[in-house]
Every structure is written in structure tokens, then in C-alpha cells.
Design a protein around this ligand. Structure first.
Ligand code: ATP
Ligand code: BTN
Length: 332
């Protein structure tokens, strides 16, 4: 759904999580009180909940920090500012990845959205993208290397995301090969890298990151695997940290994306291993119709996944065609 300027103005008032009268909201958006009521009826569809109490007005169930380009820019360090050519923030996009795929050939563009109507995970799976609480970020980058080298990029991106979380004192997040951010065996975020161009290079990539700040319960219950959000990890602070987190992600991601063309994956391997939250756990890997069971033994120097099978042999899996969930006995 499109998000009107009126609704954005109303949300800017409601963002503090306090009560605001219908009259105040109507004035802030320069519309009538009945038009305010009509606008508020859209909040449910956006994944936002509010209460209305006569005599007090309207109040969001949780405060909201809307993305603010100035705050994000101010928190960027010099290196990131120099490397990043364009920064865009949109109230609503189908998908930030799709948007940047169709962007012109600009190098080093970053794009955030408050809401995605068609957020995507790998293999076309849906990425739930309620309004205003999570991070939906895509970066477009041009590489001299071809898609084969880019295969390891999601691991380097995972390392950058962990660095960004650590810099905000959010510790103990982990990585699940090849593209997930985990917290205590639950999915906190995911990375989607899409590549276009020639097999030998150069190629353009769109690097998408979804990171959950707050997932309202009715929505999180529709996700078919354990998932979590920053609110469950750091409490209310998650609501006031969003712009800083957005900036810190850029501060960590942009240099990593920039360096990757020159260095490839090798400088990130050791750090990835330190955050590998499934090392030593049992798992079933799905490769087309085939299943492989065994114990996860981390990654090799090319970023490929190592699985020790019950016959004692180690098997190596390249990214892309593999999907897996840790076995239930790991969490028992
Ligand atoms: P794999 O990447 O190994 O195939 P995966 O199940 O994590 O595993 P992805 O395509 O990476 O699959 O991610 C999409 C999946 O993530 C969805 O099918 C759903 O289970 C889950 N998901 C969707 N939205 C969210 C969200 N906002 N937060 C956490 N998980 C989500
Ligand atoms: C995954 O775990 O499969 C990856 C999820 C990636 C979601 C992000 S949100 C920003 C960007 N836009 C999308 O449509 N997907 C990615």
C-alpha cells in the first residue's frame, strides 16, 4: 500500500509513544479529524498498533523512531561519507533490493525503506517487513570481479553486521552460513545478495539486509522458524537506536564492500569463524531433493560449509544451492 504524506505526518507526532489528541493530529497533518481517523485505519496493515481513548486521544502501542536522513548522515564516519555516493530513504518500496536492481549504474548507493510490500528472502521466500521498526537496507555495488568471487560476499557482509551490532554494545549475535544473523538459535536478520553482469566480471551486486528491531507478535507467529528482534535482546533501547544502527551498519558495511573487490573473503574468514553460532551442531542440509545429515564444522578458506557425516567423511558445500536448519536436538 502507498503511505500518504498525511499518515507520515501523523506518525511523526505519534512516534513518541504518548497520547495525542485528534485535534493535534489533524492540525499537524492539515486535515480534518475524521480524515485522521481514516488514516489511522491503515496502521494495522502496516503492522502498527495503537489505542484510542476518548478524552486522551491516540497512542501507539510502542514508540517509533522514523528513519531520519540528517541523523544518519551525521553519524557516518569520514571514510563512509567519502565512499558512499548516494543515500536514499523511502517510506515504502516493494523491496529495497528490487528498487536498486533497477537503479542506474550508480556505484555505492544505499537505500533504506520504512516498509516493504514485497520484501524477499532467498529463493523468493517472503521477508516480513512491517513499518518503521526494523532495518530494510540495500546497497548497490559495482565489482571488477565476477560472480564466482562474489559468492563469499555474504559472509563478509555478515561480519560487518556483527561489527555494527558490537559497536552499539549489542553482543553475542552469531552467524549462520551463508546469510543469516542469529541470536540464541533464533533468526535476527538475513542477507540477500543478488548479482548481475558477466561471468568473468565486472558485475553489479545488490546487497540486502533485513534486521529485526521489533516484530509484533501476531506477525512473528506467522514465521515458520524461530526468530527474534533487538527489542527482545536490549529492551526499549531498541526503539531509540534505529538511526544510530542504520548509520553504524553503513559505517561497517560500506568499507567492507569497498575492500572486498581487492581482498576477497580471506581477511574475514577468521572473524566469521569466531561468530559461527552453529559450529559443532547437528544439521540437515537440503540440496535439491537430496538431504545430508551431520555435524557442522564451520567453513573452509573459500567460505564453503563443512559437514562431518555419520560415516566420518567431511563433505564441502558451496553457497547458493544449500538450505538448512539446525536440528531440534541442538536447542533442547
Ligand atoms: P536458508 O537461507 O538456509 O535457506 P532460511 O529459512 O533462513 O534458510 P531465507 O530465504 O534465508 O531462508 O529467509 C527467508 C525466511 O526467513 C522465511 O521463509 C521465514 O522463515 C523467515 N523470515 C521472514 N521474515 C522474517 C523476519 N522479518 N525475521 C526473521 N525471519 C523471517
Ligand atoms: C534471508 O534471510 O533470506 C534474507 C532476507 C533479506 C531481507 C532484506 S530486507 C532488505 C532487502 N530487500 C529485500 O526484499 N530483501 C532484503
Amino acid at each position: 500500500m502507498a503511505i500518504s504524506q498525511h499518515l507520515l505526518q501523523i506518525l511523526a507526532r505519534l512516534a513518541d509513544g504518548r497520547f495525542h489528541s485528534g485535534t493535534e493530529l489533524a492540525e499537524s497533518a492539515a486535515i480534518s479529524r475524521s480524515a485522521v481517523c481514516k488514516q489511522l485505519q491503515n496502521l494495522d496493515k502496516l503492522g502498527l498498533h495503537y489505542s484510542a481513548i476518548s478524552g486522551k486521544g491516540y497512542k501507539l502501542s510502542q514508540p517509533l523512531q522514523l528513519l531520519d536522513e540528517d541523523s544518519i548522515r551525521q553519524a557516518l564516519n569520514g571514510n563512509t561519507k567519502a565512499l558512499l555516493q548516494r543515500l536514499e530513504i523511502h517510506p515504502c518500496l516493494a523491496s529495497t533490493n528490487t528498487y536498486l536492481q533497477h537503479a542506474d549504474n550508480a556505484h555505492a548507493t544505499a537505500c533504506f525503506a520504512e516498509y516493504q510490500t514485497e520484501g524477499r528472502g532467498r529463493r523468493g521466500r517472503q521477508w516480513l517487513s512491517p513499518f518503521g521498526r526494523n532495518i530494510y537496507l540495500s546497497l548497490r555495488y559495482h565489482y571488477q570481479s565476477g560472480p564466482a568471487v562474489i559468492a563469499g560476499l555474504s559472509l563478509a557482509v555478515g561480519v560487518a553486521v556483527i561489527r555494527a551490532l558490537n559497536s552499539l554494545n549489542i553482543r553475542d549475535a552469531g552467524l549462520k552460513w551463508p546469510n543469516d544473523i542469529y541470536w540464541q538459535q533464533k533468526k535476527l536478520g538475513g542477507i540477500l545478495i543478488e548479482v548481475g553482469g558477466e561471468a568473468e566480471g565486472p558485475c553489479h551486486t545488490v546487497i540486502g539486509l533485513g534486521l529485526n528491531g521489533f516484530l509484533p507478535q501476531p506477525l512473528s507467529q506467522t514465521i515458520d522458524q524461530p526468530c527474534t528482534d533487538l527489542y527482545s535482546i536490549i529492551g526499549d533501547k531498541a526503539f531509540s537506536l534505529r538511526n544510530r544502527l542504520a548509520a553504524e551498519l553503513l559505517n561497517q558495511l560500506v568499507p567492507v564492500l569497498h575492500d572486498f573487490d581487492v581482498t576477497g573473503l580471506s581477511p574475514f574468514i577468521e572473524e566469521w569463524r569466531q561468530h559461527d553460532c552453529l559450529h559443532g551442531k547437528t544439521a540437515t542440509l537440503y540440496q535439491g531433493k537430496q538431504q545430508h545429515q551431520g555435524i557442522l564444522e564451520g567453513i573452509d578458506e573459500h567460505g564453503q560449509l563443512l559437514l562431518r557425516k555419520s560415516d566420518g567423511k567431511q563433505q564441502i558445500f558451496a553457497s547458493g544451492e544449500i538450505s538448512f536448519r539446525p536440528s531440534h536436538e541442538n536447542t533442547a
